[in-house]
Design a protein around this ligand. Structure first.
Ligand SMILES: Cc1ncc(COP(=O)(O)O)c(C=O)c1O
Length: 390
């Protein structure tokens, strides 16, 4: 188990802010900051050090693969989690008669993307509703049939932290000849995901939350055997693995004789956010150093503590209390006023205006004291409201 002092020191933000908002964006670890800086230093010294960038990218790809139990050939970098979802949507070539199954705890990208594409291409989108913050396997199973081509979920919902058992969803999808896509932006880095164990077909994941990484970089996992069936979103020079040139003196590539990547690198197709890749490498090294098993236990335990206290104090949870994730959402009236009150006390959480929800998302670097302090402020604020209304 790592020393909590060491962990806290890695995140300067935590010395002056009770930061309980990793589901929004993580604070920057010193080593991640330095890695970002290192890229600029290297570029300042040697602006054309592309070999060095490529080596870092491949090392980072290995780190992602190790984290989720995949092969590096199954990992592509992207600018956003949404890009992964779009690759899947394009590759499925859906049309009339087909359907895609979602739920109403998914990230807005899913809703926008699938409904827009359904309008254009005439397939059906079936949205399974949550009941009390939970989507049961039975509810999903009722929506799936042999015309279902994809079940698309957030492994952990950004709204309330509800977490699916992906293994069961994969079995359900595969039994109907469909695929399973998981947006794991709110799970990878907080809890363990091993893609082979759960047999998920695609995972898309942004880096700037539980993974402690940069903004503008995400990874996309696609099973090796599916890569031939799901083309990249575009074409570009980075897909060439070995150049062959035309015989004239222009040195234009002779596309017919060039070799191309046929693994997940084909999805990258042009320049990457390389500074982000440097930062992500440092973030993943940090996660490995701390140990994901320990991170998971700690994150779940802090959330459990929070949920228990909220329930004890009579707040209605939107998060199923037993779900194992880093997010706890509860209902409270005048959430905007609560958010202001907390800001004034240097506490960061997310309030969802118009839905009377507050989302609290402690990660491993938070302490029990911070969770207790949040509840303490919440009760003080409630008390002050009651007094002012009396
Ligand atoms: C589940 C989930 N997916 C995706 C995103 C956004 O990621 P991106 O902008 O990289 O697509 C978020 C951000 O909150 C999220 O919670």
């Amino acid at each position: 188990m790592p020393q909590s002092g060491f962990l806290r020191n890695e995140f300067p933000t935590l010395s002056n802010l009770t930061f309980l908002n990793t589901a929004f964006c993580s604070p920057v670890a010193t080593s991640v900051y330095e890695a970002s800086q290192l890229f600029l230093d290297e570029r300042m010294a040697t602006p054309d050090a592309m070999r060095c960038w490529d080596e870092t990218t491949e090392e980072t790809r290995e780190l992602v693969a190790r984290l989720i139990g995949a092969d590096a050939s199954e990992i592509a970098f992207a600018t956003s989690a949404a890009m992964g979802t779009n690759i899947v949507a394009e590759g499925l070539s859906l049309g009339p008669g087909d359907n895609v199954v979602l739920d109403n705890l998914a990230y807005p990208t899913d809703t926008v993307l699938w409904l827009r594409r359904a309008d254009e291409r005439g397939f059906e989108v079936r949205t399974v509703g949550n009941v009390g913050g939970l989507v049961t396997l039975d509810a999903v199973a009722n929506a799936v049939d042999d015309n279902t081509k994809l079940i698309s979920v957030s492994e952990v919902s950004y709204i309330n932290g509800f977490r699916y058992q992906l293994r069961q969803l994969a079995e359900l999808a595969h039994a109907h000849g469909a695929y399973l896509l998981s947006d794991s932006t709110q799970s990878v880095g907080a809890v363990r995901l091993k893609v082979r164990d759960v047999d998920v077909d695609f995972v898309t994941c942004g880096a700037y939350k539980w993974l402690l990484g940069p903004v503008g970089l995400a990874f996309f996992y696609i099973k090796r055997e599916l890569q031939g069936r799901f083309p990249p979103l575009g074409f570009g020079w980075k897909q060439i693995s070995k150049y062959a040139y035309s015989d004239d003196r222009t040195k234009a590539p002779d596309v017919e004789r060039c070799s191309f990547f046929d693994d997940a690198r084909q999805y990258e197709f042009a320049s990457l956010n390389t500074q982000g890749v440097y930062a992500l490498r440092a973030a993943l090294e940090l996660v490995e150093r701390i140990g994901l098993e320990w991170i998971e236990q700690r994150t779940i335990s802090l959330n459990r503590r929070l949920r228990a206290q909220l329930s004890e104090q009579g707040f209605e949870l939107f998060t199923p209390s037993e779900t194992k994730s880093g997010i706890t959402t509860f209902f409270v009236e005048q959430e905007a006023s609560l958010l202001e009150y907390l800001k004034g006390r240097n506490v960061a959480v997310t309030a969802r205006t118009d839905s009377e929800q507050v989302r609290v998302s402690p990660h491993f670097y938070n302490t029990e004291d911070e969770v207790d302090l949040f509840v303490h402020h919440l009760l003080d604020w409630s008390q002050s409201r009651i007094s002012s209304e009396a």
